[in-house]
Design a protein around this ligand. Sequence first.
Ligand code: PLP
Length: 448
Amino acid sequence: MSAKSTLNQVDPKISEAMENELARQRDCLEMIPSENFTSMNVLHALGSVLTNKYSEGYPGKRYYGGNQFIDVIETLAIARAKALFKVPYANVQPYSGSPANFAVYAALCDRGDTIMGLNLTDGGHLTHGWKTSMTGQFFNSVPYHVKADGYIDVDEVRSLAIKEKPKLIWIGATAYSRALPFEEFSKIADEVGAYLAADISHIAGLVAAGAHASPAPYAHIITTTTHKTLRGPRGAMIMATERGLKKDPELGDKLDKAVFPGLQGGPHDNTTAGIAVALLEASTPEFREYGNQIVNNAKALAATLMKKGLKLVTNGTENHLILIDLTPFGNGKGVFAQEALDLAGIVVNKNTIPKEPSSPFYPSGVRLGTPAITTRGMKEQEMESIGSIIADVINEVKDYEMSGDKEVRMATMKKFRAEIKSNDAIKSARAKTLEICAKFPLYPGLES
Ligand SMILES: *Cc1c(COP(=O)(O)O)cnc(C)c1O
């Protein structure tokens, strides 16, 4: 990327939006737990001439010429994935997490087969069989849930599995603040002869750093995005474990065929290079420290939020993520908290909570996490400051009532949006978040 770009002259509109986005990332506390800041070296790989190449097939078996250097890149990415996650097979071509998961279904299931996954409003992912996802329409989806205390209901998983005999069981989540019980699930899967797929999209970086147990000894298949805690480019990987290959020696072949030609054409070679670089970074002592700091920061933040009187699902966290339960103030208030926090420079997302009393669009919780602010170098001390700011902002908006009536709701939202803009406590919160961001520079020297 040393040759000078002329984008700001040729396409000033796109160029300006890109500059604004960089400024937003620099000036806000990015606390959406699925987001992160990838390294300059990963950005370099992504913005490279590798995007020009077609490489359908796999290393050494391509449908196009000129792939000798792409083969080097993909072979390295595969070898690094296998070494980092201690698995005998990896495919680094899935375009993103959702197609990676669909490839698992394509490799193992026929239409109508029974599958099990954590229910979406309990913290599960769309692709684990939710009704609006194709995975809930092509397959007979039997969701399991969390208990009232917010922990996965392993007894329910066992009884459903025995009754329904699923072909495939997913373990993994997008909004779950506790360690995933891989060992218990592995016993259940074995009892009913199911494949166990661990989707570690959110926690892959923690697993790589040793800050969360690895599913490698327990699951048959592991899928992950590469852009969340793993801190690489947007992309995904599918891995098969020793256990998986023992259960089905053809598993690797089936997964390869499901990705290409089953679901995809040419891989995104610039992303593959970015994944290879991210995997190299993730195998360093610095990354181990990073992964453990993510969890320490989340615990410090959770402690501050609880000290300030906020209720957290499961009363805390042992990973990168926190789910605030706003129902003590009333139902459906996540949107108020999200918008007020956004104005204060803290980017989070409204989220459903277990046994959600409102709806997925007007949920009663807020989900936040520490991966991105930990990448900026923030530690426990900053978590205490940020936790106090979050509690102050929520305090300003907790009395707005979310109505079930559409007209009333629109009027409330209008009044709410007008009032928070001129709210002095939120303005002072914004000043504080700007000050914190200034102390932890992001991408120094980068222009857009
Ligand atoms: C993010 C995520 C995915 C999907 O990833 P996309 O890249 O957004 O398609 C799948 N499963 C889990 C558990 C996730 O957190």
